[in-house]
Design a binder for this molecule. Structure first.
Ligand SMILES: *[C@@H]1O[C@H](CO)[C@@H](O)[C@H](O)[C@H]1NC(C)=O
Ligand SMILES: *[C@@H]1O[C@H](CO)[C@@H](O)[C@H](O)[C@H]1NC(C)=O
Ligand SMILES: CC(=O)N[C@H]1CO[C@H](CO)[C@@H](O)[C@@H]1O
Length: 391
């Protein structure tokens, strides 16, 4: 995208060396050009990333934002690339919180037994500033046997109880059909059946404005046109069910990864929401293979490096995004990577609307990222760090 913008819009010889709009122009380890094309200013985002943002004539550089949540931002005065913040990009997240994962456990046992195969988040809420909780559950438990079935009353009642606990406390509850675009293991390809499922789900929650509908968790190995068509079917069915005020989060293929979103999921820019409340939900882990299975992060810079392409894609297409899953191990290198990613997103809130840590829930035991209070590994290490980013 960067190369495209440069060559097509700013091909003048005198400008050839300068960076194009939204290109990287500085940061620790950056060896490239530090100037921007006319009308853009190299603007400090974090220690690892400065970016060409709209605006000319850099003001003498103070600390770049007033809402800087971390010490990383405070050290910005040391950098030479710092410029004035743009009025459009720096700000606050709309959503910042924690995934709640347990109602989708025991997926090999369907429907499974409450309290043995699956459970519901305890939600002994002390929000601590977090305002978004993504609640995972299984479609096969909500609508057993077929997508056109009505809801299982017990599972829906328990899910509703969890959702109401969250939203009555003033936070958003993100309904995460944790199904990878599959139902009983088969890829969902029938738009009318998928619509029937969403009519059931949205029908049950359409009265709650603090609910967000997440179209499906992490499509993978699905035909790209099918991902587009099923997402559009979900959006259409949610709106048709009368859920017109809520946000919808659309996920993409290849586990909805932010790091390759601009190539893998480019076709999803065609999605249309008549209510204009569509947000692209990407996931991003910071370990070597991006799978979120190691507590070792590639480097302290890997967070910002893995999302910056998505930042540019969102902006180029006039879209909004959220990182719906991310995490890092309880160590200083991952801490730097996590902060670098969040600082970058916070400096680009014209496109990034928030981030949701993976994961809380009562059954995670000693899991490397567990955010379950009071003793989860991730909670103990990251709670004080993440709280600073809450809106
Ligand atoms: C996608 O983003 C990466 C950075 O993550 C960038 O290097 C690449 O050029 C982008 N590709 C397209 C097609 O925009
Ligand atoms: C719902 O929760 C109750 C306990 O509050 C439990 O007895 C029941 O089995 C649960 N049902 C389902 C389907 O989750
Ligand atoms: C801030 C916080 O951690 N909130 C909740 C996280 O999730 C568990 C349930 O899984 C709740 O008990 C916490 O209050």
């Amino acid at each position: 995208m960067r190369a495209f913008v440069l060559s097509s819009t700013f091909a003048g010889a005198a400008l050839a060396a300068a960076n194009g709009p939204y290109a990287q122009c500085g940061g620790n380890g950056w060896a490239g050009e530090s100037t921007c094309v006319d009308g853009y200013t190299c603007t400090f985002s974090n220690d690892w990333y400065s970016q060409c943002l709209p605006g000319s004539a850099p003001a003498p550089a103070p600390a770049p934002t007033t809402s800087a949540p971390t010490t990383t931002m405070v050290t910005s005065t040391k950098t030479t690339a710092a410029g004035a913040p743009t009025s459009t990009s720096s700000g606050k997240f709309k959503w910042f919180g924690i995934n709640q994962s347990v109602a989708e456990f025991g997926e090999k046992n369907l429907p499974g037994v409450w309290g043995k195969d699956f459970y519901f988040p305890r939600m002994r809420l002390s929000l601590q500033g977090y305002n978004a909780f993504r609640v995972a559950f299984l479609m096969e438990r909500l609508v057993p046997d077929k997508l056109t079935a009505s809801a299982n009353a017990g599972y829906l009642a328990n899910l509703t109880h969890t959702v109401d606990t969250i939203t009555k406390a003033g936070a958003y509850a993100i309904l995460d059909s944790h199904n990878y675009g599959r139902y009983y293991g088969n890829v969902i390809t029938d738009a009318s059946q998928f619509k029937a499922y969403y009519a059931t789900l949205a029908g049950a929650f359409k009265g709650n404005e603090k609910v967000v509908f997440d179209t499906n968790n992490e499509w993978h190995d699905v035909d790209q046109q099918v991902v587009l068509d099923m997402n559009q079917a979900a959006i259409d069915a949610i709106r048709a069910a009368g859920a017109t005020s809520q946000y919808i989060f659309a996920e993409g293929n290849s586990w909805t990864g932010a790091w390759h979103w601009n190539t893998t999921n480019d076709n999803l820019k065609a999605l249309k929401d008549p209510q204009d409340k569509l947000v692209y939900e990407m996931h991003q882990y910071l370990d070597a293979d991006g799978s979120g299975t190691s507590d070792v992060c590639v480097s302290g810079e890997i967070g910002v490096q893995r999302v910056v392409g998505a930042t540019e894609w969102l902006r180029a297409n006039g879209k909004k995004g959220i990182i719906g899953e991310y995490a890092g191990g309880a160590n200083s290198q991952c801490e730097a990577a996590v902060k670098g990613m969040l600082d970058h997103m916070l400096a680009n809130t014209d496109v990034w609307m928030g981030a949701i840590w993976w994961a809380g829930g009562p059954w995670w035991a000693d899991y490397i990222y567990s955010f379950e209070p009071p003793s989860g590994t991730g909670y103990k290490y990251y709670n004080s760090i993440l709280k600073a980013y809450a809106p």
